[in-house]
Design a protein around this ligand. Structure first.
Ligand code: CMP
Length: 140
């Protein structure tokens, strides 16, 4: 299976509870390697742009407010079939539906404060990585 990359965000609910290391360990234990990482405070414009695909959704405003409510850690993850591997270890969007042992089952507080974001396709992974990282910031 091919080694690919995906994009991850450790969300404000997780950074607030000092879970950056705990979440990263779960990613690493799932076979993913952190090849880029930075802790940032997203601007409103940055969050609106990142989630533009959801802008007609009723939760868009709250989603943007939440994502700028504190620091996030944006990461590029590398591994075999990275998008699927990451989505498997993240668990379902709503922690109430997430499987045992997944990041969202263990750590998420709600469907909004769900601790992590992960790209849903290779195509979106590339777009999302490019949104936050310059090529020289990624060291595989
Ligand atoms: P994420 O993978 O970051 O992509 C969009 C986010 O919207 C999603 O995770 C959820 O955290 C958030 N969200 C908030 N409310 C809802 C909702 N009602 N349905 C789906 N996603 C929601």
């Amino acid at each position: 299976m091919a080694v690919t990359r995906t994009f991850s965000i450790i969300k404000p609910d997780a950074t607030r509870r000092n879970l950056t290391g705990a979440v990263t360990k779960m990613l690493e234990d799932a076979g993913l390697r952190v090849v880029a990482s930075k802790r940032i405070q997203m601007t409103k414009e940055q969050a609106e742009g990142f989630y533009a695909v959801h802008k007609e959704r009723p939760f868009f405003g709250e989603l943007v407010s939440f994502m700028i409510s504190g620091p996030v850690v944006v990461q590029v993850l590398e591994g075999e079939d990275a998008v699927k591997r990451n989505r498997d270890v993240m668990g379902a969007t709503n922690p109430a539906d997430a499987a045992e042992g997944t990041i969202r089952k263990v750590h998420a507080e709600s469907i909004e404060a769900n601790s992590v974001h992960g790209s849903d396709s290779d195509e979106n992974a590339k777009i999302e990585i490019d949104y936050f990282f310059k090529p020289e910031e990624i060291v595989g």
